[in-house]
Write a protein that binds this ligand. Sequence first.
Ligand SMILES: Cc1cc2nc3c(=O)[nH]c(=O)nc-3n(C[C@H](O)[C@H](O)[C@H](O)COP(=O)(O)OP(=O)(O)OC[C@H]3O[C@@H](n4cnc5c(N)ncnc54)[C@H](O)[C@@H]3O)c2cc1C
Length: 287
Amino acid sequence: MTQTTQPSTPPKRKRVPKTAVVLRTSLLSPQMVRVVFTGDDLLTLPDLTFTDHYIKILFPPDGADYAWPFDPDAIRDSQPAERWPVTRTYTIRQFDRAANEMAVDFVVHGDEGLAGPWAARSRPGDVIGFLGPGGAYVPDEEADSHLLVGDEAAIPAIAATLERLPADARAEVFLEVAGPEHHQPLRMPVNTSLHWVHRSESGLGYGQALSAAVRGGDLPGGRLQAFVHGNAEMVRDLRRYLFVEHRVDRRQVSISGYWRTGHTEDRWQATKGEFNQQMEAEEASGV
Ligand SMILES: Cc1cc2nc3c(=O)[nH]c(=O)nc-3n(C[C@H](O)[C@H](O)[C@H](O)COP(=O)(O)OP(=O)(O)OC[C@H]3O[C@@H](n4cnc5c(N)ncnc54)[C@H](O)[C@@H]3O)c2cc1C
């Protein structure tokens, strides 16, 4: 009898969640809450080299019989899928290692969802578990110009980017919010133009006025680096604008849907691969 050796699959790396404790909260705008976290686990965070560093906050689903702290992998191994913890992705807006404080800015988009309502009612002493950080984008100091585009969900990453841009960097910044009362103070290098886009005045759906504003503006010249994130439909349109209509080098562009209208994050993450494939096929065919 011949014995066949099965290729061994590497053991799954155990995910070790960290605990963060709410230190204080503040309202940055009528729909944006800053939650500042602290706690011993934050001391173990690596240096945050990117400006889009994000964490995945773990929430027990509605009706779960457990609360933080819990082991997400053990729950996945022992409970049916509907009871697994769900994750919500958030940018680390600031991390002050000396003070051991991590700020995360949450869009409060009504009563729907887990993370938005959690942030709205969070109080000092509340605890969450999170995985990460991940991240991939940092402004390229060699770029001739920058294009930064996002809705409220991407303002934390864009605000962190503006704080990291060289003082003489040339940048066009387009930010969509509901209206003028939702503006936030941002560090603006001298050669930067900031365009606030107001959804409520446009009467359009999420991201549509933002796409139109970017299309109606000047694409900065030279070697361009772009960061475009937020509503998935806006991203679909601006990918076409950048990659098909302007042939911008894909390696110089960070672009993805952070969320999708009518989809919870779980549903969006589960369908994002298909959405992206379809989008890439449309781009390839020039449709
Ligand atoms: C890498 C990355 C970084 C992100 N960083 C941030 C960040 O720093 N701050 C932040 O607020 N968000 C950020 N997001 C987006 C955030 O993860 C999603 O908006 C998430 O769906 C919010 O979870 P929820 O539990 O509040 O709502 P969910 O339960 O996921 O969704 C409930 C309903 O609310 C809608 N919804 C979700 N988000 C929004 C929104 N922003 N505006 C209007 N309606 C919405 C959904 O379409 C759905 O209908 C980031 C996403 C990614 C991938």
